[in-house]
Design a protein around this ligand. Sequence first.
Ligand code: GLU
Length: 282
Amino acid sequence: MITTRFAPSPTGRLHLGHAYSAALGHERARELGGRSLLRIEDLDQTRCRPGFVDGIVEDLDWLGIDWDAPTIVQSQRTGAYDEALQSLMARGLVYACFCTRADIAQSLSAPHGDAPSAYPGTCRLLPQDPQRRASTPHCWRLDSAKALHLAGLPSWTEADGARFTAAPHEIGDAILARKDAPASYHLACVVDDAASDVTLVVRGADLRSSTPTQRLLQSLLGLAEPSYLHHALITHAGGRRLAKRDLAPTLAAMREAGVNGRALARSLLAGELPLGFAWSEA
Ligand code: GLU
C-alpha cells in the first residue's frame, strides 16, 4: 500500500509551495487507495514555534486535505532517534565534533537548496574524550567515509521510475544530533519515514540534495527504501524563492482575501498558478 507524508517545520506560516507539496502527496495516496500522513518536524527548538503548528493544521484543512492517522510530532519521538544514533555509534560510524557553535548551529533543519556542507573532518580523528564531551557543546557527525565503505554509494528511485546513484561529493559528514538536540533533520526523517511505513517521499526539488545522505542512513540502519517524488518549486514570477517571511503567498493571507482553498489545491495540481507566481525546477 502506498503511504505518503507531508512534513512541515513549524517555523512560519505555510505558503503556496507547501500547499502544492501537501496536495500532491495527498492526491497520490488517494489515487492509489493508500494513506497520507502529517508529520510536524519541530526538533529545532530555536526556530520552531508551537503557534505555527495550529496555523499549519488550519491551512491544510482549508485546502481540503485530510489525514489517515494521528499527526506525528517529532519532539515526542526523541527516544526512537536516540536508539538509531546509539546503534550507529556502537558500530563506530559517528564521532563527536567540537567545531564552533556557528558551524554546529546551522545544522539541524532541512537544508533547502544547499549542497551538503563540505565539513573538512577536523574532529574525525580526535581521540574520543568523554570528559570534553561532558563539558563542551558538540554535535555528532556521521563518519561518511566509513559509512560509504560499509554501505556503498546510495541510490534511489524517483516516482517516474528513474534510478539515480549519488556521487561521493554529494555526501558529507552530516550532523546527526547535537548535545542539546536529540536528532537532526536527516536522522529524524529516516527514522520516522520508516516507522510510519512511508513508501513515497513527496517533497520539493530543493530537498533533493538531502536524498543521498538519507538513503545512506537508511542502508546503515536497515530501514526500508521509499521512492521519491522531488517536485517542481513555486517561485515569484521573477524567479525569486518564496520565503516564510514573505506575506503575500502565505495560505493564511489568501484565505483572508477570500480565496477558496479546495479550488486552489485543485488548480495547483492541474499546474495552474495564481497570477504573479511561476514554476521552477530547482
Ligand atoms: N521539514 C522539512 C521542511 O521544512 C521537510 C522535510 C521533508 O519533506 O523531507 O520543509
